[in-house]
Design a protein around this ligand. Structure first.
Ligand SMILES: [Zn+2]
Length: 97
């Protein structure tokens, strides 16, 4: 389960559009965690997980800036959802194209 999540994420983070998009998200959110206001260890999170919503992977409105601890907390929550979500099959099919 964890492995599948990482694989879906890596495809996005390797994409050449990602660095500019990540920067745009940090600028928009004012270089702080949107949950707790922390300014260190900032990471850009997909509000709707990429594995469930691959079509939103490069949509700025689906991104938010989180610090490392808020991000890992959210990721654990996300992973609590049904791992056999039908969108995941679509995403896997996409990766094979
Ligand atoms: Zn935070």
């Amino acid at each position: 389960m964890r492995q599948r999540y990482d694989r879906a994420g890596r495809a996005v983070y390797r994409d050449k559009r990602w660095p500019a998009l990540r920067l745009a998200a940090k600028r928009r959110d004012g270089w702080h965690c949107v949950k707790c206001g922390h300014k260190r260890r900032l990471e850009v999170d997909h509000i709707k997980p990429v594995r469930d919503h691959p079509e939103l992977a490069f949509d700025l409105s689906n991104l938010q800036v989180l610090c490392g601890s808020c991000h890992s907390r959210k990721t654990r929550l996300d992973l609590g959802f049904d791992p056999l979500h039908p969108e995941r099959a679509k995403w896997r099919a996409l990766l094979k194209m």
